[in-house]
Design a protein around this ligand. Structure first.
Ligand code: GLN
Length: 489
């Protein structure tokens, strides 16, 4: 079993464990749990030699007396949407099959600079479009709590890697819920930082005004440590913010006495599973016991969030994905006797999956002359209204607490025939994304069937520390603390 981030780093730093032994243990777990027909399929690539080489380099550094970084020897899984130098990066798509990036994403380089071990690339919905992992061109990852169920998405592989303790932490990306929802479905901790808090350089773009990289971990402290390391200004991402980065880990254990929690009425209505509601209400009561006060708040534009998101995100995706045309990256399909246009068409037809095509079509439509103002322009205005709802609520409360997702993990195949019902699984995560706000998902009591449930905590911009403090305060009382799926024990 692979332990928590801080435990491993402290033991490797103290010389009690060798990084190579930790890496071998993680690889052995991946061998035992991930491969084959019955495996979890969290990983798309595991570069064994590079993993062992990196671990030996950490051990050699220590032997030479050089102080080790804050993630010394910690196995961290990397979502396949993040570029990794020399390691195949597909973003879950056929169109990038076999593509090897010539550079590391900034976040990947920052983990390495703290002596983390990038253990492998994780499965995901193609170009991060999806909520179940089933849009992966390479087959879905499975939920370790019940392998007939989806792990959530799009960062499902990262969530599964952590839930099954094949890694202590993972990087994911969250555009409309892709870290928080899979964290909720798998009983892991996930953080979506404030938009601009973490560099997007080397993250394969889906919807650039929403995309944000963030951590998954087995505990709040581990997620906080990884966040402290990946956050901060990067010259290579013009949208990354210069705000100073606090030590988020220091917020674990901070008092939450007197913090005012808002419970949005709009999130506890039709469509919410009663067991999820009860579990989340119990978690909110737990935070009350820790000294918080609780009151209802209103986020009246919530009901427009799904529609607004699916206009803005698809519009941006249609533009971002135009670069995959068979010329510079990955797949190229050349029909015999065809011209350049035919090559573009054939490449994109064979390279992209159904959901990606659906979104390119929708996004192109909402941006087209004659429809731009009616759809895209209007969605931007509603986005502002949604952000103002949060501004108003944060005039009265310090954090907003809710379920992360309306249901526990649904069955694989349950929603694939009905895109709209899939889109609705993001109702509670989309508003904070549209408003650019940070949000944490932390496990609360499981359902009777033993499925994980997530509590979402949204805080004001750049106040991830308050979200971390609240998540840690709840985690300390949560019956789900340190819960490991039976097949991974
Ligand atoms: N499930 C949402 C979508 O399909 C969000 C995905 C994400 O955050 N990358 O777009």
């Amino acid at each position: 079993m692979i332990g928590h981030v801080a435990e491993i780093a402290e033991r490797v730093r103290a010389g009690e464990t060798r990084a190579e032994d930790v890496a071998r243990a993680a690889l052995a777990r991946i061998d035992a749990l991930d491969g084959g027909e019955h495996g979890l399929h969290a990983f798309l690539a595991v570069p064994r030699e590079k993993v062992l080489e990196a671990a030996r380099a950490v051990d050699a550094k220590r032997a030479a007396g050089t102080p080790l970084g804050r993630l010394a020897g910690v196995p961290i899984a990397i979502k396949d949407a993040l570029c990794t130098r020399g390691v195949v990066t597909t973003s879950g798509s056929r169109i990038l099959e076999g593509w090897v990036p010539p550079y590391d994403a900034t976040v990947v380089a920052r983990l390495a600079s703290e002596d983390a071990i990038a253990i492998g690339k994780t499965n995901m919905d193609e170009f991060a479009m999806g909520s179940s992992n089933e849009n992966s061109a390479y087959g879905a990852a499975k939920n370790p709590w019940d392998t007939s169920r989806a792990p959530g998405g799009s960062s499902g592989g990262s969530a599964v890697a952590v839930a099954a303790r094949m890694a202590s932490a993972a990087l994911g990306s969250d555009t409309g819920g892709s870290i928080r929802q899979p964290a909720a479905f798998t009983g892991t901790v996930g953080v979506k930082p404030t938009y601009g808090r973490v560099s997007r350089y080397g993250l394969i773009a889906f919807a650039s005004s929403l995309d944000q990289v963030g951590p998954f971990a087995t505990d709040v402290r581990g997620a906080a440590r990884v966040l402290s390391i990946i956050a901060g200004r990067d010259e290579r991402d013009a949208t990354s913010r210069g705000a100073s980065v606090p030590d988020f880990e220091a917020a674990c254990g901070a008092s939450v006495q007197g913090l005012r929690l808002g419970v949005p009425e709009e999130y506890f209505q039709e469509g919410l599973d009663p067991e999820v509601a009860a579990s989340v209400r119990a978690a909110i009561d737990g935070l009350k016991d820790a000294g918080c006060t609780v009151r209802p708040v209103k986020l009246p534009h919530t009901r427009f969030a799904v529609a607004t998101y699916y206009v803005i995100a698809t519009a941006e995706a249609s533009s971002n994905l135009a670069r995959f045309d068979g010329v510079r990256y990955g797949l190229r399909v050349e029909p015999t006797g065809g011209d350049l246009r035919a090559m573009y068409g054939a490449t994109r037809d064979q390279g992209f999956g159904r959901e990606v095509k659906r979104r390119i079509l929708l996004g192109t439509f909402v941006l087209s002359a004659g429809y731009y103002d009616a759809y895209y322009g209007r969605a931007l205005k509603v986005r502002t209204l949604i952000a103002r709802d949060f501004d108003a609520a944060f005039g009265e409360v310090d954090a907003i607490v809710s379920p992360t997702a309306p249901t526990p993990a649904f069955a694989l195949g349950e929603k694939t025939g009905d895109p709209l019902s899939m889109y609705l699984s993001d109702v509670y995560t989309l508003p904070a994304s549209l408003a650019g706000l940070p949000a944490v998902s932390v496990p609360c009591a499981p359902t009777k069937a033993g499925l994980p449930v997530g509590l979402q905590i949204v805080t004001p911009a750049l106040d991830e520390a308050r979200g971390v403090a609240l998540a840690a305060a709840w985690e300390a009382r949560s019956p789900a603390r340190d819960a490991v799926p039976p097949l991974a024990r």
